[in-house]
Design a protein around this ligand. Structure first.
Ligand SMILES: [Zn+2]
Length: 715
């Protein structure tokens, strides 16, 4: 079978004359892979940027439930993916032709960066202190194919100018078409770079490049194809070309001085409600979560040889941690298999034959426990132990394995802040919610910084006060507190919630870091259950959709809040990382890549124009520019995310619903590479993200205000 390449390298073509270039990374030739090999200890887990060998390798990873941290991208015609991997898994991938290019974050980095941030905060206290489609379009049928320059944008960040282009060829079915862009600056410097073919779900989308450094502002761009097509010359446009109002003198910001756990967030919500009584309500969302709890579990036997997994029906903290289980030899011949529970010890007495030898199998033991102690215990045969003789074993101690000691072990009440002068539904509503995904530690920092900026400045800045007069703001800082508690205390790469729907061998505690439901795949529109792509029925997958639409308390809470407040017309779902800004449609069906319906032209214009304003506001803080190639409908800028929350908010409730992926790649001028920042970067970076994206949310409030005013004006 021929494996179709979705990403194809476009080498330089003979048609173009490449001028000498003074900037590393802007040369047309592909840079060499990292010279120093990156290695991990076999059992170490890390977030690694990996250059995969081909599309088939990515497809295999996805099929086996790989934890993709970011959307795969093209580089040098290969696929670049950020994956949470053990050293053993990385070694396997490397043996199959993949190359690790960056350790984005090691498992221990999260807790170190958390501890660093808290220490620094304590020290300070002690010290008393796409626009898709808007670029020029031009076509010229010169050769076999016709090229359309769909986007050509430039911008400057940190003193460095970048250029990004998106070009479509009419030769959509030819995976080997190579497209090259040549550019010229005002002073006559020229150069070129290749574009990469982007195919999604088997359908050609366009060719594009990661932002390329330029010596100065580019004034002309031309695309040529290996089939002979040449576009007309276009003038790249400035991106995003939108600037928010300047901050007034005395504007207050920077309310975040450390990473915040769910317990910290709870305290912060309480403090804000107390401090700004006249402007804040705290809303308890209706569905309590499971809480930071798990069933207590133990192996009866040796899982490397032969064992049964025994777990409590109740959670460990409900009196089941410390319960013991053992398998004993009755010491007499011809005994039946029996199960008894006394004094917090579950005793399995194995069956014996006429010679007094024990003859029960692992399957017999699991079945006997399930038959006779179903109200207290559940047993499954350890994967690989089926049909094996059950050894005399134990006593083994059941334990929930949870490490966090300062987390309340009870159902959790998720809270929303409601900010505004008129909190009565009479003003247009804006909803900002974060941490659907547990490990995205920077995201509640964004929404809480935003909330406190609005509140603090309402007292000192007339413009902010006026915004709070005109807009009704809802903020859910942590949608998934149970998963977040687990991420802070147990396994920092936890993405999902803590509800374990697995059955059978998948309940083996060796899979404990893979359990849970992907909250942002559990909504009702364009869902896995409706046949859309980008979620999984495998309970161990990073994108597990749950047992049904809205099966989880966490997703139900977001929808319940939106439904209870029909004045909410705008929403931002804050995730990390990668620097994306997206809106519906967010999902498509695999067969034919049929997306959810496209917004109308008017609505698309609103999404895009508002996005440019918000991207401009984000850039105001430290110059971070979200790339045009990563600004647009979810389904276009790369991905199908079946059952995500923004799609339900938009299609069912009529809310303009966006997604942020905060944490943009940083340009490394020394290597000429864009580098990923990860889920739990050193606190300085997370702090920077909180500041810039809080500015983006403030601009979203202005967008809502302007939209409401325009609606009122037109009646
Ligand atoms: Zn996320």
């Amino acid at each position: 079978m021929i494996v179709r390449r979705r990403w194809t390298a476009a080498a330089t073509t003979a048609i173009l004359i490449s001028a000498a270039l003074s900037h590393p990374g802007s040369a047309a030739a592909a840079p060499a892979p990292a010279a120093t090999p990156i290695t991990l200890a076999a059992t170490e887990t890390a977030l690694v940027r990996v250059q995969l060998r081909d599309q088939a390798q990515l497809d295999r990873l996805v099929a086996t439930g790989a934890d993709l941290a970011n959307r795969p991208r093209a580089r040098d015609g290969r696929i670049l993916a950020d994956l949470v991997l053990t050293g053993a898994q990385l070694a396997d991938l490397t043996a199959q032709g993949a190359t690790a290019t960056q350790i984005v974050q090691r498992a221990g980095d999260g807790s170190r960066h958390f501890a660093d941030s808290v220490r620094a905060a304590q020290a300070r206290t002690a010290a008393g202190l796409r626009a898709p489609g808007t670029g020029q379009r031009t076509t010229a049928a010169v050769g076999v194919d016709t090229l359309a320059v769909q986007q050509a944008y430039w911008w400057t960040t940190g003193g460095q100018t970048f250029l990004q282009a998106q070009v479509a060829t009419t030769a959509t079915d030819d995976p080997d078409v190579e497209i090259t862009v040549s550019w010229r600056t005002a002073d006559g410097t020229t150069g070129s770079f290749p574009l990469y073919r982007f195919e999604d779900s088997g359908e050609y989308q366009y060719h594009y490049n990661l932002p390329q450094p330029m010596p100065s502002r580019p004034v002309q761009l031309t695309a040529t194809s290996s089939l002979g097509g040449v576009s007309r010359a276009v003038t790249p446009a400035l991106w995003p070309n939108a600037t928010p109002p300047p901050l007034p003198a005395g504007y207050q910001k920077d309310f975040i001085d450390a990473y915040l756990t769910p317990v910290d967030i709870q305290a912060r919500i309480k403090r804000l409600a107390r401090q700004y009584r006249d402007l804040v309500d705290v809303i308890d969302l209706p569905n309590k979560t499971q809480g930071y709890r798990r069933n207590a579990v133990a192996y009866l036997g040796d899982p490397a040889v032969s064992a049964v997994v025994v777990e409590s029906v109740r959670f460990g903290d409900q009196g089941m941690n410390g319960v013991q289980v053992r398998a004993v030899d009755p010491g007499r011949p011809n005994r039946p298999l029996t199960v008894g529970y006394r004094d917090r010890v579950l005793t399995v007495t194995l069956a014996t034959d006429a010679a007094g030898k024990t003859v029960s199998t692992t399957d017999d033991v699991a079945a006997a426990i399930n038959a006779r102690q179903a109200n207290r215990f559940r047993a499954t045969v350890e994967d690989g132990s089926t049909g094996l003789p059950m050894p005399v074993a134990g006593p083994a101690r059941l334990d929930d394995g949870l490490q966090g000691t300062e987390v309340p072990a009870k159902p959790w009440t998720v809270q929303a802040l409601r900010l505004g002068v008129h909190r009565d539904g009479s003003r247009v509503g804006v909803l900002a919610y974060s941490q659907e995904h547990a490990r995205e530690w920077a995201t509640p920092l964004v929404t809480l910084e935003f909330a406190e900026r609005m509140l603090a400045n309402a007292r000192t800045d007339p413009a902010t006060r006026q915004l709070l007069e005109q807009v009704d703001i809802f903020v859910i800082p942590t949608v998934n507190p149970d998963g977040a508690n687990y991420s802070f205390n147990d396994y920092n790469f936890q993405r999902k919630n803590l509800v374990n729907h697995c059955t059978g061998p998948a309940r083996d505690p060796r899979y404990r870091t893979s359990w849970g439901v992907d909250v942002n795949r559990n909504y009702t529109v364009g869902s896995y259950f409706d046949g859309y792509v980008g979620a999984s029925a495998n309970c161990l997958s990073g994108n597990y959709a749950g047992t049904a639409e809205l099966s989880e308390a966490e997703s139900g809470n977001v929808i319940a809040l939106a439904k209870a407040h029909p004045n909410i017309k705008f929403a931002m779902n804050v995730h990390s990382y990668g620097g994306y800004f997206m809106w519906p449609p967010g999902a498509y069906r695999a067969d034919g890549r049929i997306t959810l319906p496209r917004p109308s032209i008017d609505e698309s214009t609103l999404f895009l124009n508002s996005a440019r304003r918000i991207v401009g506001a984000i850039a105001q803080e430290r110059g971070t520019v979200t790339w045009p190639s990563q600004t647009g409908p979810v389904a276009d800028v790369l991905y199908s995310a079946a059952g995500n929350s923004a799609d339900q908010l938009y299609y069912e409730l009529g809310i303009f619903a966006w997604d942020f992926e905060v944490g943009n790649d940083r340009w490394n001028p020394a290597t000429g590479e864009w580098e990923g920042v990860g889920f739990q970067p050193p606190f300085d970076e997370a702090h920077g993200e909180s500041q810039e994206y809080a500015g983006g949310l403030v601009e979203l409030v202005r967008v809502a205000r302007d939209h409401a005013a325009a609606e009122a004006a037109t009646g």
